[in-house]
Write a protein that binds this ligand. Structure first.
Ligand code: PEP
Ligand code: MN
Length: 342
């Protein structure tokens, strides 16, 4: 259910509606828009009795939202959401005019490794650094990440290079720590339907980057985002990172067609990760160009100065020089679309 307020409705009127919704044992989500505020209602198992709500001052109408996802839907908020990530070098935005660039290694391996890569991607203009401290690996014998030590290195990267940091939480325990150190919490593909983790991230004040599960349909992807929003975290960035198909010449099949499909249905920003999406270094540049051309709000790129010796995802990590070229090329493509780089 969605309560649409009049454009001149006062804050007190919005608050009164929220109080009434909460008094019914439901949850109110006021969503300010450019023209008016809408209030999403969650927590109901069946239809909400709107009788009393509709006659309250400031209300235009109550609209039943038939789709399973409500808060992520454009029905609730017509204009695109801009997620703002504060960094020491100013805010990086996702979903506005600028295309955001996130770059860094798959995993934080050592301080020297992280600093070497950070220095190069920062010099290319990047203000958001990625790197896993907790790695969800297919094999239990593969490098699992440095844990909190990795988070501390990320915090040093922030201080030394003036970048915000994005890193993955793999369970509720690591999320407590990631929340403390990171500027954006990443939820990985393998955890897209880890509902307790989604609920926990939904209660965080930090923005969340939610990766699409490798076999998730569009509806499942949006429902996972709905979990985050239903807990009160509206700063959600979606990320397409490739899905499993019969096609085996790449690690995954990058589903770029999901970008306009998400943008039709949802107001949330969506970025593309062509590194995991292809698993092949030589395909990261062309698919980055394509991602920006199709309208992605950002790209997430794995960069390593010595990929042959990387402890994870070396084959898909590009070299810093290749990253420089990538930034130059996607800037030109963004400009054709009237966008800048962020
Ligand atoms: C990653 O970003 O390093 C990662 C593990 O990604 P995904 O969850 O998309 O596999
Ligand atoms: Mn990786």
């Amino acid at each position: 259910m969605l309560v649409v307020m009049q454009s001149h409705a006062t804050e007190e009127q919005v608050r009164a509606i929220c109080d009434r919704i909460e008094s019914l044992g439901l949850r109110a989500h006021p969503i300010p828009g450019a023209a008016r505020t809408a209030i999403g209602i969650t927590g109901n198992s069946g239809a909400v009795d709107v009788g009393s709500l509709e006659s309250m001052p400031g209300v235009v109408e109550c609209i039943p939202v038939s789709k399973a996802y409500k808060l992520v839907s454009r029905d609730v908020k017509a204009e695109s959401t801009v997620v703002r990530v504060p960094t020491p070098s100013g805010d990086v935005t996702f979903g506005g005019k600028a295309v955001a660039i996130v770059a860094g290694p798959c995993a934080i391996e050592t301080r020297e490794q992280a600093f070497t890569i950070a220095e190069r991607v920062r010099a290319a203009g990047t203000r958001l650094f990625r790197g896993g401290a907790y790695k969800p690996r297919t094999s239990p014998y593969s490098f699992q990440g440095l844990g909190e030590e990795g988070l501390k290195i990320l915090a040093e990267v922030r201080d030394k290079f003036g970048m915000g940091v994005i890193t993955e939480a793999i369970d509720n325990e690591s999320l407590d720590l990631v929340e403390k150190y990171a500027d954006v919490i990443q939820i990985g593909a393998r955890n897209m339907q880890n509902f307790s983790l989604l609920k926990r991230a939904g209660r965080s004040r930090k923005p969340v980057l939610l990766k699409r599960g490798m076999s998730a349909t569009l509806d499942e992807f949006l429902m996972a985002a709905e979990y985050l929003m239903s807990e009160g975290n509206y700063n959600v960035i979606l990320c397409e990172r490739g899905v499993r198909t019969f096609s085996d010449f790449t690690r995954n099949t990058l589903d770029l067609s999901v970008i306009p499909a998400v943008q039709r249905r949802s107001h949330l920003p969506i970025v593309v990760d062509p590194s995991h999406g292809t698993g092949r270094r030589n395909k990261v540049l062309p698919l980055s160009r394509a991602a920006v051309a199709v309208g992605a709000d950002g790209i997430l790129i794995e960069v390593h100065h010595d990929p042959d010796r990387a402890l994870s995802d070396g084959p898909q990590s590009i070299l810093p020089d290749e990253f420089d070229q990538l930034v130059r090329e996607v800037r030109e493509i963004a400009a054709v679309l009237g966008r800048t780089l962020n």
